[in-house]
Write a protein that binds this ligand. Structure first.
Ligand code: OFO
Length: 170
């Protein structure tokens, strides 16, 4: 049985994952209308991943006798300034998600809910990867600056990352 406190905390995380999915979907649209196909593909794929993170939580809560609650969401921005700003936003967002997962893990220890603690380890590893990926992309874009040719190559580069992410076990 899922302790009430854990159920509530996991439901908050459902909302965070759903909002992450919406933010990356909005980033995909912003990149796509500017003709940056690689970045758009990367963001569409990332948005799908976040939805999968959300669904994993939904199933876990319901299977353990809780009730996953689907709530309203805060609308994401629709403009992101520059690619550098956008990837900085992505990185900062992932750092916030990692903090939220850490807080959740902490609550499971307080409540002695070792099943949920074990379940959350997948998210802990996932966040290490996501932060590392966002950092790599940010480093690249900081090197390029506003150089148009560089951004074109960057867009192609990011496309390769979509294929690699698809090979990852879920
Ligand atoms: Fe990108 O974060 Fe989900 O967990």
């Amino acid at each position: 049985m899922l302790p009430k406190k854990i159920e509530e905390a996991l439901n908050k995380q459902i909302r965070i994952e759903a909002e992450s999915s919406q933010i990356y979907l909005s980033m995909a649209c912003w990149a796509e209308v500017q003709g940056f196909e690689g970045v758009a593909q990367f963001m569409y794929a990332h948005s799908d991943e976040e939805r999968m993170h959300m669904l994993k939580l939904v199933k876990f809560i319901n299977e353990r006798g809780g009730h996953a609650r689907i709530s309203d969401l805060t609308a994401p921005p629709t403009e992101f300034g520059s690619f550098k700003d956008m990837f900085q936003t992505l990185f900062d967002h992932e750092v916030m998600v990692s903090q939220s997962i850490n807080d959740l893990v902490h609550i499971t220890l307080e409540e002695r809910d070792y099943a949920t603690h074990n379940f959350l380890q997948w998210y802990v590893s996932e966040q290490i990867e996501e932060e590392a990926l966002a950092r790599t992309i940010l480093d690249k874009i900081n090197l390029i600056g506003d150089d148009k040719g560089g951004l074109y190559l960057f867009d192609n580069d990011v496309k390769q990352l979509v294929g690699k992410a698809a090979e990852k076990p879920q």
